[in-house]
Design a protein around this ligand. Structure first.
Ligand code: SF4
Length: 298
């Protein structure tokens, strides 16, 4: 199986077959992103993809889930994605779901009929970096979509029968806008009712603009107390019917998972409990070790 460059995948795709169909990310300019800094976006030739599927059929014939790489594989045309799905099902008949990272723009460029066709061939469970419901944060983070565009496109996915993970980043609005960010993001999440909510906290690494902006004082990150306040505000405003909350990302001060609305009170209590434990350190900034390592206070 040929995988080029650094490979990222959502934590819950740990047991999936990772199949490379693109190289890098077609957008590649989110302010916080350090995933593919020097990678020129490219589409993998169909012959290479078919050869990898053939190899997978020999090595992992019983695999049930495939995750297409890299950064926004849903940028591929509906025809190309359908051809890849057909090749997968031909050689790996037990595959039920074909997932991948997708951007709001990727969805925008597909018709309703194409989305339905893709769902019919097993494409499902997209992983979408929406990040925020606050336009000011989305603009600074250079996501290339507005909150309203995200709302419209995510509802189109739901209409096509596709589940997805709504990925959001606490701290996206920085120290000045943590409250507005929580409120606008909760409003967007409530409007689209995602199947899965993936929560991370803002962290910058060398190689992205955010890292430099933080060093230059152009972006003021949230303190630990503000991150907890934002998480509490967001959670308290969520009005969801049936959503899995996946917040175990190592960037989070309070890593937790649960179902909403069922575990909402427990989650809120976990945030408050952490605030009590960190009292005396709430004005400090999170310190991280290693890549996406644990979040600690100084
Ligand atoms: S869309 Fe994803 S992979 Fe591409 S630049 Fe933004 S965060 Fe990075």
């Amino acid at each position: 199986m040929n995988l080029t460059g650094t490979v990222y995948r959502p934590p819950y795709e740990a047991n999936s077959l990772l199949l490379q169909v693109t190289l890098g990310c077609s957008h590649n300019k989110c302010t916080f992103c350090y995933m593919y800094p020097d990678v020129q976006f490219a589409v993998c030739p169909m012959e290479e993809i078919e050869a990898d599927i053939e190899e997978a059929a020999q090595q992992v014939p019983n695999v049930r889930r495939v995750f297409l790489e890299h950064g926004d594989a849903f940028v591929l045309s509906a025809d190309r994605l359908e051809a890849i799905a057909e090749a997968i099902h031909r050689k790996l008949p037990k595959v039920e779901t074909i997932a991948m990272y997708a951007s709001i723009q990727n969805i925008m460029h597909k018709t309703d009929e194409e989305l339905r066709r893709l769902r019919a061939c097993g494409i499902h469970g997209l992983d979408i970096g929406v990040e925020s419901g606050l336009d000011a944060a989305l603009k600074y983070m250079n996501k290339g979509h507005t909150a309203e565009e995200a709302r419209v496109q995510l509802l189109r996915l739901t209409d096509a029968g596709m589940d997805y993970s709504f990925n959001t980043i606490l701290g996206c609005g920085g120290a000045e806008l943590w409250k507005e960010n929580a409120e606008a993001t909760a409003e967007l999440i409530n409007a689209v009712q995602p199947h899965l909510l993936f929560i991370g906290s803002l962290h910058a690494q060398p190689g992205c603009r955010l890292y430099q902006d933080m060093k230059d004082g152009l972006f003021r990150e949230c303190t630990c107390g503000q991150l907890l306040d934002e998480q509490e505000r967001l959670l308290s405003l969520l009005d969801l019917k049936d959503t899995y909350y996946f917040g175990s990302h190592p960037s989070n001060i309070v890593p937790m998972q649960g179902k909403l609305p069922m575990h909402k009170d427990d989650m809120l209590e976990a945030v408050r409990d952490m605030r009590r434990k960190l009292s005396g350190h709430l004005e400090e900034y999170p310190v991280r070790r290693g890549g996406e390592g644990s979040i600690l206070t100084r």
